[in-house]
Design a protein around this ligand. Structure first.
Ligand code: GLN
Length: 197
């Protein structure tokens, strides 16, 4: 049986667990370092990336998580989770992150005035049918390293194509919140193609 941990310091923990269970995995909350033992993959829900890193520090989870990422633990980060898994934040080089994915993200990239919006995400890897993207003060990937695959894109308010679903090795990120839809394809992709492959 595959067991996926959901980092339970902020965000839609319950919704992510429900989706993961729908695609046939066991799930556990991860709040303490010993809860990383025995998981096959980890989901980092959205929230506020600066608050999450502070909570992770308090739980003494930052170094253990970096070590697990370096060892190849499959991790899926959504929204703030995407920010935490990236190597850099554009214009905020001092922001502390977990890192691991060779991208620089722009936070609140779609503009603060449009705090949230919904738009189709085109993602051939999961099928022809676009994914209903729910974006909440979402980032996009501004600089993308050679080893990173762009899996999904959205059109921003100026008509530009933006990278909002990406993969590098065992790391997978989306700028949007699939756990707020009833479409399990993103979780299924993570579980089948990264955790179980
Ligand atoms: N704007 C948040 C951040 O910068 C991310 C928002 C989200 O996770 N929904 O951390």
């Amino acid at each position: 049986m595959t067991t996926i941990g959901v980092l339970a310091v902020q965000g839609d923990v319950r919704e992510h667990r429900a989706m993961l269970e729908q695609v046939g995995t066991d799930t556990v909350d991860v709040r303490y370092v010993d809860e990383l033992d025995g998981i096959d993959g980890l989901v980092i829900p959205g929230g506020e990336s600066t608050a999450i890193i502070n909570l992770l520090k308090r739980q003494e989870l930052v170094e253990p998580l970096r070590a697990q990422i370096a060892e190849g633990l499959p991790v899926y980060g959504s929204c703030a989770g995407m920010i935490l898994l990236s190597d850099k934040v554009e214009g905020r080089e001092d922001q502390e992150l977990l890192g691991g994915m060779d991208i620089a993200v722009k936070r609140n990239a779609f503009g603060r005035q449009v705090a949230s919006f919904e738009a189709p995400v085109y993602c051939q890897t999961i099928g022809d049918e676009p994914f209903h993207g729910i974006f909440i003060r979402a980032p996009w990937a501004e600089v993308i390293g050679d080893g990173v695959k762009v899996l999904g894109t959205v059109t921003d308010h100026e008509g530009q194509t933006r990278a909002v679903a990406l993969r590098q090795g065992s790391l997978f990120v989306t700028a949007f919140h699939p756990e707020l839809t009833d479409d399990t394809r993103m979780h299924e992709y993570f579980v089948r193609e990264i955790v179980q492959s």
